[in-house]
Design a protein around this ligand. Structure first.
Ligand code: NAD
Length: 496
């Protein structure tokens, strides 16, 4: 008998049982460790009603008080971050140190959001016309929805909810049904921090509740992160229903290695960024573009490093953990088979790894392909696993054209010691986040995170000033205090 994780509505765990639920696995053992209740549209109605009521009050709460709650939440999360990390490893499989890194990156967004009084300041122009002043204010949207993916169960929701709450909104989060526990612990932390009941709610589930969120008239905006086909669907459906939407999608991140690069450091970076979190990162490097004559040399260096990587249980000091589910593990393995069939050269084959962990874990070791061509499915598709493809090109221009031709544009990196080439790359590349000798260029919390092309639908990126913009609506006030000089009839626009 396993426990069932239920929703969190109005400051408490939901008590009514659900007809439908999903299984939660420990990916390192393959065992079902819990179930998660799936919400119906009626449960969502309850969450929205409670959020609307609490949000109306929270939006009127002074900035000073809001900062105090945010600070308290920051302190609690910081003190209990190991607990969150342990939950992530238990349900996602990533190694503990990486899970802790994820929480730390989310914490940085909470710290950024503590600056809310400054970030919510409007503008003021005195004397724009005769005795007339103009000023702008930004107000909360009301109830906002967040729908998140399995691969960052703490960090991705934290790209959004600290900013949304700081801006005076109430939140309904629908975490991935594969690893929902981090959100539940975070909900308890908010309560401990003094956030009023109903401002932070968690509903669990699948497409049924997602569709209900997209259609619900009480939800003003949707912040979605997940695969591109679903992101496109979310964007199209929710905007049709009049909602503000930011929908972040999939990725295929290229690392361009120029002949002058330090190949030892580039090989370290390719292995860290290719196989960290078993490649289940939207900013993972999945394609290395080697500008000849460097391909043979860098492949040798990467291979040497890969053969030393340990795969195993994330709680036992391994370099790389299991994949999230057996279905996903098998899908990634099928891409390795497809790559071989399509004619790529498999340099390291991860399909039968030596593992430090239980026999039934969802294991797949790191795989390296050489001679990958742009028409192969291992190049065109997002694999989202520990598979790194090397494409050989003759020049910088050929490399840039290749990257710009891909449908995804989330992150990319260039490795070079030539400042001029790096500067040209940042100007010419059609990708949202760029690393110069940095393989995973996730922007700091006070900048905004987001890709281009099929990696993001909508025009607003996550956190930073764009986050505050997304979670607020602008008003501009034109004001004058009347005196006799304002009298008289004039039907035209004022001229000065
Ligand atoms: P997913 O698209 O399967 O699921 C994301 C969310 O959508 C989940 O909450 C899920 O329950 C819900 N969902 C799934 N199918 C749905 C459907 N048919 N209708 C409505 N809702 C549905 O993604 P995932 O497998 O959880 O996460 C991995 C994906 O997320 C990868 O493609 C990865 O690149 C992407 N991702 C992108 C970023 C980014 O910043 N661009 C960050 C993290 C992850």
């Amino acid at each position: 008998m396993t426990t069932t994780i239920n929703h969190y509505i109005n400051g408490a765990q939901y008590s009514k049982a659900s007809d439908r639920s999903g299984e939660i696995f420990n990916p390192a053992t393959g065992e079902v460790t819990a179930h998660v209740a799936f919400a119906t549209p009626a449960v969502l109605d309850e969450a929205v009603a409670s959020a609307a009521k609490a949000g109306a009050e929270w939006g009127k709460t002074s900035l000073t008080k809001r900062v105090q709650v945010l600070f308290a939440f920051r302190e609690i999360l910081n003190a209990r971050k190991e607990e969150v990390a342990a939950l992530i490893t238990a349900e996602h499989g990533k190694v503990l140190s990486d899970a802790l890194g994820e929480v730390t990156r989310g914490l940085e967004v909470v710290e950024f959001a503590c600056g809310l009084p400054h970030l919510l300041k409007g503008g003021y122009s005195e004397g724009v016309s005769n005795g007339i002043d103009v000023y702008s204010i930004r107000q909360p949207l009301g109830v906002v929805g967040i729908i998140s993916p399995f691969n960052f169960p703490a960090m991705v929701p934290m790209w959004f909810f600290p900013v949304a709450i700081a801006a005076g909104n109430a939140v309904i989060i629908k975490p991935s049904e594969k690893d929902p526990s981090a959100s539940m612990l975070i909900a308890h932390m908010w309560k401990q921090a003094g956030l009023p009941d109903g401002v932070f709610n968690v509903v669990h589930g699948d497409k049924v509740v997602v569709d209900a969120m997209l259609a619900h008239p009480g939800i003003a905006s949707i912040s979605f992160v997940g695969s591109t086909p679903i992101a496109r669907y979310i964007y199209e459906s929710a905007t049709k229903n009049g909602k503000r939407v930011q929908a972040l999608g999939g990725a295929k991140n290229h690392m361009l290695v120029l002949p002058d690069a330090d190949l030892e450091l580039a090989a370290d970076a390719a292995v860290n960024a290719g196989f960290g979190s078993a490649g289940e990162r939207c900013m993972a490097i999945s394609v290395l573009v080697a500008v000849e004559p460097v391909a043979d040399a860098i492949i040798a260096k990467i291979t040497e490093r890969m053969l030393k990587l340990s795969t195993g249980d994330g709680t036992k000091g391994s370099d790389m953990g299991p994949l999230v589910t057996r279905v996903h593990r098998d899908k990634v393995a099928s891409y390795v088979e497809a790559g071989i069939k399509e004619g790529a050269t498999v340099v390291v084959d991860g399909r039968n790894p030596q593992v430090n962990g239980a026999a039934n874990g969802f294991w797949l070791g790191p795989t390296l392909f050489d001679n990958v061509k742009p028409t192969m499915s291992i190049y065109t598709d997002e694999i989202f696993g520990p598979v790194l493809s090397v494409v050989r090109v003759k020049s910088y221009e050929e490399g840039v054209n290749l990257i710009n031709s891909h449908i995804y544009g989330n992150g990319t990196a260039i490795f070079t010691n030539d400042g001029g080439a790096a500067r040209r790359f940042q100007n010419e590349i059609q990708v949202g986040m760029i690393g110069i000798n940095v393989p995973i260029p996730v922007p700091a919390a006070y900048y905004s995170f987001g890709g281009w092309k099929s990696s993001l639908f909508g025009d607003t990126h996550a956190h930073g000033s764009e986050g505050f913009h997304f979670f607020t609506r602008g008003k501009v006030v034109t004001s004058r205090w009347l005196d006799p000089s304002h009298g008289g009839i004039n039907l035209g626009f004022p001229q000065n």
